[in-house]
Design a protein around this ligand. Sequence first.
Ligand code: BES
Ligand code: ZN
Ligand code: ZN
Length: 468
Amino acid sequence: MKINLVEKNIKKLKSDIEIIIINSIENSKDKDILENLCFEAKDEAVVLLAEKKKIYVGCEDDDYESVAVAASTAIKKFASTKFKTAKLVLDNLPLKAVSEGVLLGSYKFDKYKSKKEKAKKQELNICVEKITPELENILTESKIISKAVNKTRDMVNTTPEDFYPNVMADVAKDIADESDLHCKIRGEEYLEKNNMNAMLSVGRASIHESKLIHLAYKPKNAKKKIVLVGKGLTYDSGGLSLKPADFMVTMKMDKGGGCSVLGIMSAVQKLNLPIEVHGIVGAVENMIGGDAYKPDDVLVAKNGKTIEVRNTDAEGRLVLADCLCYAQDEIKDIDYIFDYATLTGACVVGVGQYTTGIMGNNVNLKRDIVSKALSAGEYATSLPFNRYLRKTIKSEVADICNIANSRYGGAITAGLFLENFIYEKNMDKWVHFDIAGPAYVEKPWGYHPYGATGAGVRMTLEFLKNIK
Ligand code: BES
Ligand code: ZN
Ligand code: ZN
């Protein structure tokens, strides 16, 4: 879907159909018809008046979510017609939400359908009083951001058969080529030489070699240095602590954190951000077999800490442990270090499917991220650490256990495990994003279709754009 800004009176602008977003039918020219059709101007309500060449869509509020949902609902109706062009008056609507609602709402994943729908060439013209540089900039940025989200969705939706660590590394190389980023891909030999035994163990039973991916965007005179680390479990069977059959389905999404990091990296140069950004992904497959790592094993992570494995399904934290150490060893003077992971089912139970759990020791930073998430169209909430939960991952045989001794607070105890791999000097710069809920949802919601959502991409880009 192509989106243009046009500086023209809506009446003078030629288009096949007009989209009208309303919060009440009271002042509508077509009030009588809408009333007869029992149309109420509620979120997700839509009606096509074919003869009048109008699509009416309800919108109860002027916040990002309502507007993006309205834009997405309208565009799906438009896409179901043969009309080529649609027009819409922007008025006081936020352009970012309109544009992202359209671009994210029209995403389709049909890679595995034998019959593919032909992409129609349709256009949306958004009428504004004056095309200001500010409006142009908002539209350009929202196109870049939506593309990054849709790229992330594509990766996460791809099956484990087609997307394993080496494929993820190839995708990273393509992103690097496209955006002129530095790119290093490390294999198992490197992991072994560099004492990354925790990450290495998780991938041992897989036929696919584990890969450490490191992308970097280094503009001249960068104001800040940010490191993003992602869990890239291209499949999580649970390992020897095997997942029950029903829980294994959807575990292609366990690369969601890593894919979001790659998605973000695909946008940083295009957004011209004046900051240095590193994207590090641990791409690994957690499988079973004679060579599998086992409950009872003790692993030595890159920072020398020993980990008692009590459950091989708590594998993401092991991969992240080494990747976080790698990040801090390789990159000096970090301003922020964020990690992204579909880390715990507990986070989904705790805050629901649509919300990211934000953890760390810097309360102000967490608060800032939650607020950036909301303004970027994502739900996030802060989860609090405390000293008592910190004790639950103590081990009798090693420095720490990879699972807590209590079922309660599983998202937080996983975050506290990661805390062990954040160096003291970086403690206040670190934030952990548990995206287990929103990364992949098995039903459409708002402007998201079934499946991957690209969780983490928009909130992080919003944060990066606003770094002072
Ligand atoms: N990848 C899963 C977490 C997950 C669960 C993501 C559901 C998305 C949806 C993770 O590796 C895992 O299996 N975690 C375990 C931890 C437990 C063994 C302490 C979990 O959440 O059950
Ligand atoms: Zn697992
Ligand atoms: Zn996992």
